[in-house]
Ligand binder design. Structure first.
Ligand SMILES: Cc1cc2nc3c(=O)[nH]c(=O)nc-3n(C[C@H](O)[C@H](O)[C@H](O)COP(=O)(O)OP(=O)(O)OC[C@H]3O[C@@H](n4cnc5c(N)ncnc54)[C@H](O)[C@@H]3O)c2cc1C
Length: 443
């Protein structure tokens, strides 16, 4: 089938990514500047595209592969997140949760498959990204949160996953704050400095992968058996294309594809002094998820910074305003002050936003989209672990392999289309507002 694809939305400078800023300066970017040919082009240098390009190269060592990224690798969404590689289902705390044990176990298998792939790459190449297999804490601040954690623990027991309860004193010993009333520790989550990981994954691609940054694909046309991708300063002709553009693949208007670009926001503190660290107490690195998914995620980093994330906003045009960032910073400061009253003088140095790719039914796009065109898009909230798995598996699928995990992804629901704008805008924003309101004290 002939295809023409216009890329309509591109990454924007949405605040200042603290993970990227706190790394040494990056080497200059190599962009697409003339007419080139490759066997494969992977579009999107997030976690999904980085894993897809690597896996293609591993399985087809004689093929030439281009990985093209509109921004710098590590500066856009995959390098903007809180760095949790989550292995377990995220949402089993709800009383109305009704998925089967088999479906949950299959998700855990998939997520661990992704984590294992990235972990082994990090170890093999010695990627310096603060990779930690230290688990995570789910913490509650009141009875409602504790009840949610109890449901979560029940859900974990149902699928045979271990967890450990911490009371108020035990979680305070970890975090240094008495803000939390109880917590559940789950050991299988890994954490990372996301910008360092993405840079490291790009720098250690096999030799048959050429990485192009600051190179946004503007359009793609079919020419006989090949695809022609156009950029501002050149073209790439390729036999096959793998799309890993996540939220930037969302379409609206006449043919909405049901993908919803929803921003979430993070702030990172400046480096704390020895005296401030002593005032805080606790251990020097921990990762905490709120009992309510709309609450505040917090990480204490071994670099002596604290990173907080909360607040969601539906932004179909894939950029946020100064007002959005100011609001997010205000909310982050409030969350920081409530948790860390002993750190009143520690200001938040960086604030940024990044686009998740959600859908009304947790659907995602995976598989062959067209002759020679594959896609792995829409990994929702667990994008690091699911994106790693989806990237690796879309490469295997494109090379004709078949296995249970590929079948699992092929069978997942497609994103459900919503009414077209502006009705969708109002509905999605209202749903976010209601959920944030109900998160209340966990914010
Ligand atoms: C503040 C924040 C905290 C988060 N915390 C977590 C967390 O702790 N754990 C977790 O699992 N997830 C988290 N997420 C979500 C996670 O970051 C995403 O799910 C993940 O980045 C998805 O990876 P991806 O590679 O599929 O997509 P992306 O990371 O969005 O990568 C897509 C890439 O495609 C590029 N691109 C788009 N259009 C083009 C084009 N035309 N040409 C070339 N390149 C293009 C983009 O620049 C982008 O780099 C968080 C997100 C944010 C914003």
């Amino acid at each position: 089938m002939a295809s023409k694809l216009d890329f309509m939305r591109f990454p924007a400078p949405d605040g200042v990514n603290g993970w990227w800023e706190s790394l040494p300066p990056a080497a200059p970017a190599k962009g697409v500047t003339d007419e080139q040919r490759f066997d494969f082009v992977v579009v999107g240098g997030g976690i999904t595209g980085l894993c897809a390009a690597r896996r293609l190269a591993e399985l087809a060592p004689d093929a030439s592969i281009a990985l093209v990224e509109a921004d710098r690798i590590g500066r856009s969404t995959a390098g903007r997140n809180s760095g949790f590689f989550v292995d377990l289902p995220h949402d089993i705390s709800s009383e109305s949760y009704s998925r089967s044990v088999e479906a949950d176990k299959a998700d855990v298998r998939l997520q661990r498959h992704g984590i294992d792939y990235v972990r082994s790459t990090v170890k093999t190449y010695g990627i310096d990204c603060d990779w930690r297999d230290d688990g995570k804490y789910h913490a509650s601040v009141n009875k409602k949160g504790h009840a949610a954690l109890t449901h979560f623990a029940d859900g974990l027991a149902r699928i045979g996953e271990a967890c450990e309860w911490l009371d108020e004193n035990a979680i305070a010993k970890v975090t240094g704050t008495r803000f939390y009333q109880s917590a559940l520790f789950t050991p299988g989550c890994s954490t990372v400095q996301p910008a360092a990981l993405m840079r490291g994954l790009a720098a250690t691609q096999p030799s048959n992968v050429t990485v192009f940054e600051m190179s946004a694909v503007k359009g793609m046309e079919t020419r006989g058996q090949t695809k022609l991708l156009s950029f501002a300063n050149g073209t790439i002709e390729a036999q096959r294309v793998v799309l890993c553009t996540n939220a930037y693949a969302a379409t609206f208007g006449g043919h909405p594809n049901g993908l919803l670009p929803v921003y979430t926001f993070a702030s990172m503190s400046r480096v704390m002094s020895d005296e401030e660290i002593a005032r805080l107490g606790g251990t020097n690195s921990w990762a905490l998820i709120p009992a309510d998914p709309m609450g505040t995620t917090v990480r204490r980093l071994a670099t002596n910074r604290i990173c907080v994330r909360n607040h969601f906003a539906f932004r179909p045009n894939l950029s946020v305003s100064e007002g959005d960032l100011a609001k997010a910073k205000h909310l982050h400061q409030r969350s920081f002050d409530r948790r860390f009253p002993m750190l009143k003088d520690v200001e938040l140095q960086y604030t940024w936003g990044g686009a998740l790719c959600l859908s009304a039914n947790n659907g995602a796009l995976f598989g062959q989209r067209d002759d020679g065109v594959y896609e792995a898009v829409g990994c929702n909230g667990l994008g690091l672990s699911r994106g790693s798995a989806a990237g690796k598996l879309i490469a295997e699928h494109a090379l004709g392999q078949s296995n249970d995990l590929i079948n699992q992804l092929l069978q997942q629901p497609h994103p459900r289309s919503l009414p077209i704008r502006p009705i969708a805008d109002v509905a999605v924003s209202a749903a976010i507002w209601v959920k944030e309101f109900s998160a209340g004290a966990e914010l």
